[in-house]
Write a protein that binds this ligand. Sequence first.
Ligand code: FES
Ligand code: FES
Length: 155
Amino acid sequence: MPNVSMKINGKAVSGEVEGRTLLVDFLREGQRLTGTHVGCDTSQCGACVVLVDGRSVKSCTMLAVQAEGTDVTTIEGLANGDDLHPMQEAFRENHGLQCGFCTPGMIMSAVDLAKNNPDPSEDEIRDWLEGNICRCTGYHNIVKSIKAGAEAMRG
Ligand code: FES
Ligand code: FES
């Protein structure tokens, strides 16, 4: 079985995987990082989004071996100790979640958006979220959260 090595949330990790092991399974089962969710396994829902070398990626669409040598950030790696990341804080403040299932993927996508577009319009946020499905909130508070989170990241 191939061995993969990568950095996850700042820590060097390696492990044996099957060639067909998905990155999301390596994270959840291999590393016990269960904050990354699986909502569909068919690239539809975005619950599994993580950052790979700073870019948001649906981790159910990537093989673990394809992440060899990369720097992966999951929702567990966003906060700084007890201090939430500004985007996490914005979701909390603006009630950007209900059941929370979609939230890790939403937040990781939002962080990528805000890094590349520090002042996104509501339309740009809604376009960006095309690949992230929420079954609870109706998206209004998610959009509000991302606007506030981007503003906080700018500040
Ligand atoms: Fe990856 Fe749904 S689990 S997109
Ligand atoms: Fe429940 Fe989004 S908060 S799916």
